[in-house]
Design a protein around this ligand. Structure first.
Ligand code: FAD
Length: 468
């Protein structure tokens, strides 16, 4: 493999080669996990390419093929599973300069992958009065390509489910990594071959996303004497099908009091909170629902006017708010499946207590209401963390292990045959984000099987703003 030879073939592309900058662009939010921090802290690419259009991406992929160089795509680097980290070195493909909106229609937008979600929402609001159905809590920084390739759900999933639900991605244009890269247009069920594949089986150069009518969103926060009262309220709120809503988050005591700088002082001791986003015309239908569940309103403010919007206390931002003041905490990502999700939540609370404070996101999946738990974990060692994960799964709640960097171990713990087949066709040399699809490296992969992985590393110091 020769990165230098690939670079020499492509003098017209913008390259970044300063080792400190390359290392910075080789990192994401993997450090959320003490396990990934231990494993990946010294990983780096060797150069960063910043293409300005699809032609340059195709030229780069052809050069990577010729010189056997790994290529790891990158949007904004906010993934929290090490998705965008170039485990085997090579080229980091920074797509942030490809950020144009290509067209907008009343119910859909076509866009390049590097568009930031906040800019995309602003553009579609202005053009057609529409907005993305849902976005990650990193809306202000993350890109649409990175969300589809590396994320799953977020603010709006209370109504629309995850990116896996049919209709939540309308089209993807994907470049293959071959001697002569091809552009493939995927629609309908074919999209799942590339959705959440970490850029291991194609580089997305265009996305077509559905839009919902843009709303005037109101942040509502309410306190409840117990976590289960807040959870039952959030469940009932999610079932108000006539109410336009975007967020139904529950955070258990004492996390809001101890860690929510902008809200914590208002939360009574021992109380848990529900954080909601409701479209303004529907407030009269939501507010009366608080009292029957023991809830008291703490905040009601237009999302646009909030100093820190409530969505930046939800989804993976809850963990970030905690990490700002307590570096000893880590987290899990779990599904509490329907129809017993409330019973499972109660069981998790009883089993782990304050060692695993609960944070819940209520969603509608396949037409059914259920909850994701993004629990905080008071970290006391990797062995105990593994015991906790086993205990959560014993309560019937699958864990999408955020302490694992492969698609399979971090996901449903099974090989996605469709994504693997697609990779054989689109990336026959295995150059795209190598090391992330376990079944590519080890066809016998199964949960728990240790994976031999050699990393491309540096001894440069880690950027100062990250813990550890
Ligand atoms: P990156 O991190 O740069 O990339 C993500 C993955 O996509 C990588 O594997 C990368 O190789 C691949 N990729 C990027 N661009 C392309 C492309 N054009 N073609 C092919 N592959 C590509 N996730 C959620 O789903 N919901 C949330 O609410 C959420 N909240 C978060 C909050 C915080 C504080 C943090 C740190 C993370 C959160 N995440 C969430 C995870 C992450 O923010 C999302 O996955 C986000 O959408 C990633 O976007 P990005 O532009 O930063 O992508």
């Amino acid at each position: 493999m020769s990165v230098a030879a690939a670079m020499a073939d492509l003098p017209g592309i913008e390259w970044l080669t300063d080792p400190a900058l390359v290392r910075q662009k080789s990192r994401d939010f993997f450090w959320y996990s003490p396990v990934l921090r231990r494993q990946l802290n010294r990983v780096t690419g060797e150069a960063v390419a910043v293409p300005k259009d699809e032609r340059e991406v195709a030229d780069l992929l052809a050069a990577a093929w010729r010189h056997d160089v790994p290529v790891t795509a990158r949007g904004a680097g906010t993934g929290n599973y090490g998705q965008a980290m170039p485990l085997r070195g090579g080229i980091v493909l920074d797509l942030s300069a490809m950020d144009r909106v290509l067209w907008t229609k009343p119910h859909a937008v076509r866009v390049q992958p590097g568009a930031r979600l906040i800019d995309l929402d602003a553009a579609t609001r202005a053009a057609v009065g529409g907005e993305l159905r849902f976005h990650p809590s990193t809306k202000r920084t993350a890109t649409i390509g990175g969300f589809v390739a590396g994320g799953s759900s977020g603010i709006g999933s209370v109504t629309w489910g995850t990116l896996r639900e049919a209709g939540n991605i309308l089209g993807l244009r994907v470049l293959t990594c071959e001697a002569e890269p091809r552009a493939l247009e995927l629609r309908g069920p074919e999209i799942q071959q590339v959705n959440h594949a970490y850029g291991t089986n194609g580089i997305i150069t265009e996305l077509e996303m559905p839009l919902a009518p843009a709303a005037e969103w109101i942040d509502l926060a309410a306190a409840f004497p117990t976590l289960m009262q807040a959870a039952r309220f959030a469940d009932a709120f999610t079932r108000l099908d006539g109410v336009v809503k975007k967020l139904a988050c529950v955070v258990g005591a004492p996390i809001p009091q101890d860690h929510f700088r902008n809200l914590g002082a208002a939360v009574p001791a021992g109380h848990s909170v529900a954080l909601l986003m409701v479209a303004a015309p529907f407030l009269d239908d939501v507010l009366p629902l608080l009292a029957p569940f023991g809830g008291a309103l703490l905040r009601q403010v237009p999302t646009e006017e909030a100093e820190v919007p409530l969505y930046e206390h939800s989804w993976n931002h809850t963990t970030l708010q905690v990490l700002k003041t307590d570096r000893s905490v880590t987290y899990l990502q779990t599904l509490c499946p329907a129809p017993d999700h409330l019973a499972r939540i109660a069981a998790l609370e009883a089993r782990f207590g304050d060692e695993v404070p609960l944070h819940l996101e209520f969603v509608r999946l396949g037409g059914e209401v259920c909850a994701f738990a993004l629990q905080l974990v008071r970290f006391s060692g990797e062995e105990r963390l593994a015991e906790i994960i086993a205990g959560v799964e014993a309560e019937g709640c699958p864990v999408f292990d955020p302490h694992a960097f492969t698609l399979e171990a971090g996901g449903m713990k099974r090989v996605d045959e469709a994504q693997l087949r697609f990779k054989r066709m689109t990336d026959p040399k295995g150059l795209l984000n190598p090391g992330k699809m376990a079944a590519w490296d080890d066809p016998e992969w199964r949960p728990g099987r240790p994976q031999a992985i050699h990393l491309f590393e540096t001894n440069l110091p880690a950027p100062a703003e990250e813990p550890g």
